[in-house]
Design a binder for this molecule. Structure first.
Ligand SMILES: [Zn+2]
Ligand SMILES: [Zn+2]
Length: 373
C-alpha cells in the first residue's frame, strides 16, 4: 500500500487514495520517493490541456532511493539515490540512435499509455488498474519505474533539491543549453518566469549569454528572474512586451532588431507570436511551454518571418536532454554553486496539500512547491 495523489477524471482536484504497488518486473525498479516538485504539466493533465486517461497517479519531477530491483536490472542497486526521468530513454531506437533521446520512440509510447514499457500498469486499487504519469508518477511514497528512468546520483546530494532537476531544470535549462545552444555574448528573451522559465534564464546565464531579458506579468517573478540571471526585466502587464524587448536590443537601418533567442515558456499562441516578433532576423524562437492541442499559430508571415526574417522555430521537448548525461551535469553545476535550486523552492508541502500547490501555480505565487515524503 502507498498513499498517492490521483487524477480521477471525476473531480477538478486530485484525490488522495491508498493504492497497491506491484513489485518491479524485469528491467524495472521500485523507488521510495524523498521529494517531488509540483509542475505546471501536472495541472495541465488535471485540467485537460494534456490529454491523459484517468485514473492516474500524477507527478513526474521526483527523486528518491531505490528500494527494490526487478530481474535483470544492472544500472542501479537498492540504496542508490536517483533522479527520475519522465522520458524513459531506451538508447536503441531510431531517435536515440540519432542523438535525440528526448524523442525516444519507446518512451513516447509509454508516456501516452500511462503504463510501463510493456504497456502494463503497476498501480491498482480494488483490482482497478491505475496509470502513472510519464512512467514516473511521483505523487506517491512508492513508485515503480523503468530502470532506464532512474539516474543514479551521489548519495550526499540533497534529494529535496535534486528532484527539481528531473523536470524543471532539464526542460528549462536544457532548452537554453541543448536545444538553442545559446553561446557567450548572445541575447536572449524568456517569456514566462515560473519554475521552468527561471531555469531557462539560469541555463542562458550558465551558457554565457550577455543579455537575458525576462518577461512576465507578475512583479515578484521578475524579481526572482534577476536572481537567476536576468539582466533586464519587462512587465508585460504594463504594455506591449515586444516593443519593450525591441527597445532594449537596438535599432538598425531596417528597424528594431530583437534577440538572438526568444523562449516561449507559457504554452500559448499569443505569447508564441510575441516570441516570434521579439526574435531578430536570423534568430531562433524556441517553444518550451506546453500548449493546448487546438491552439495554433496564426499571425505568422511566410514572407516576413521565414523568408526576409530567416527565422527558425524550434520545438523543445524535455530540453533536448540526454538524461543520463545531463542529470549528472546539472548536479555538478549545483555543487559548483552555478545552478540555483534552493532558491527555486517557494514552499515545501505534504502530499495532501498538492491541490493548494496547483492553486498557487494558477495565482502565479510560487516558482515551485516541493512535496516531502
Ligand atoms: Zn514538468
Ligand atoms: Zn529510444
Amino acid at each position: 500500500m502507498t498513499k498517492a495523489a490521483v487524477f480521477t477524471g471525476a473531480s477538478d482536484a486530485l484525490e488522495i487514495w491508498d493504492i497497491d504497488v506491484a513489485a518491479p518486473k524485469a528491467g524495472e525498479v521500485k523507488v521510495r520517493l524523498a521529494a517531488s516538485g509540483v509542475c505546471h504539466s501536472d495541472l495541465s493533465i488535471l485540467n485537460g490541456t494534456i490529454p491523459m486517461a484517468p485514473p492516474m497517479v500524477l507527478g513526474h519531477e521526483g527523486a528518491g532511493i531505490v528500494e527494490e530491483i526487478g530481474p535483470g536490472v544492472t544500472l542501479v542497486q537498492p540504496g542508490d539515490h536517483v533522479v527520475i526521468s519522465w522520458v524513459p530513454q531506451c538508447g536503441k531506437c531510431y531517435c536515440c540512435d540519432r542523438g535525440q533521446p528526448e524523442l525516444c520512440e519507446a518512451g513516447a509510447g509509454t508516456m501516452m499509455s500511462g503504463g510501463m514499457l510493456d504497456g502494463t500498469k503497476r498501480f491498482s486499487r480494488n483490482s482497478t488498474e491505475i496509470g502513472q504519469m510519464a512512467a514516473s508518477g511521483t505523487f506517491t511514497e512508492y513508485t515503480v519505474i523503468p530502470e532506464i528512468s532512474a539516474v543514479k546520483i551521489d548519495n550526499d546530494l540533497p534529494l529535496d533539491k535534486m528532484c527539481l532537476i528531473g523536470c524543471g531544470v532539464l526542460t528549462g535549462a536544457g532548452a537554453a543549453i541543448n536545444t538553442a545552444q545559446v553561446g557567450p555574448g548572445d541575447t536572449v528573451a524568456v517569456i514566462g518566469c515560473g519554475g521552468v522559465g527561471l531555469n531557462t534564464i539560469q541555463g542562458a546565464r550558465i551558457a554565457g549569454a550577455e543579455r537575458i531579458i525576462a518577461v512576465d506579468m507578475v512583479a515578484s517573478k521578475l524579481k526572482l528572474a534577476e536572481q537567476f540571471g536576468a539582466t533586464d526585466t519587462v512587465n508585460a502587464a504594463n504594455g506591449d512586451p515586444v516593443a519593450a524587448v525591441q527597445a532594449l536590443t537596438g535599432t538598425g537601418p531596417l528597424g528594431p532588431r530583437g534577440v538572438d533567442y526568444a523562449f516561449e515558456v507559457v504554452g500559448s499562441s499569443v505569447t508564441a507570436e510575441q516570441a516570434m516578433s521579439m526574435t531578430r532576423r536570423g534568430g531562433t524562437m524556441i517553444m518550451v511551454g506546453v500548449g493546448r492541442v487546438d491552439d495554433t499559430l496564426k499571425d505568422f508571415s511566410l514572407f516576413g518571418e521565414l523568408f526576409m526574417g530567416a527565422k527558425t522555430i524550434k520545438g523543445s521537448v524535455y530540453g533536448s536532454a540526454n538524461v543520463h548525461r545531463d542529470v549528472l551535469r546539472f548536479a555538478g553545476l549545483y555543487r559548483q554553486g552555478k545552478l540555483l535550486l534552493d532558491e527555486l523552492i517557494s514552499k515545501t508541502i505534504k502530499l495532501e496539500e498538492v491541490n493548494q500547490a496547483f492553486a498557487d501555480i494558477q495565482n502565479g505565487e510560487v516558482a515551485r512547491s516541493v512535496i516531502l515524503y
